[in-house]
Design a protein around this ligand. Structure first.
Ligand code: FES
Length: 110
């Protein structure tokens, strides 16, 4: 069976407390590093069609810069209004210094 993982970046391209935006098949994703852990989420706010990568990290949350909702990078759940729907989260693995995403199956569904 073919692996669902797609290589997207070098792990050392993301410093702790930072994130990068990547595109796979013309869709944007945000990969964040919090301490030594990596998270992958869709780069689109669930409140309006707006890139979360315009925002900033707040611990293991991404804060949307348009209206301020914060989303858990772990679960995708919004922690503040006005957003009331989660964002999709994905498995991300680090192997041999590279980051791999499994986009075949979001960890959560709306
Ligand atoms: S567009 Fe993100 S909170 Fe409104």
């Amino acid at each position: 069976m073919e692996s669902p993982f797609i290589e997207v970046a070098q792990a050392d391209a993301i410093e702790p407390g930072k994130f990068i935006r990547v595109e796979v098949a013309s869709k944007p994703y945000l990969i964040a590093r919090v301490d030594e852990r990596f998270y992958a989420v869709e780069d689109n706010c669930s409140h309006e069609d707006y890139p979360l990568s315009y925002g900033c990290l707040d611990g293991a949350r991404i804060k949307c810069s348009l209206h301020g909702s914060r989303f858990s990078l772990e679960t995708g759940q919004p922690e503040d209004e006005p957003a009331d729907e989660p964002i999709r989260t994905y498995r991300v693995e680090c192997a041999e210094g590279r980051l791999w995403l499994d986009l075949s199956n979001p960890l959560n569904e709306r």
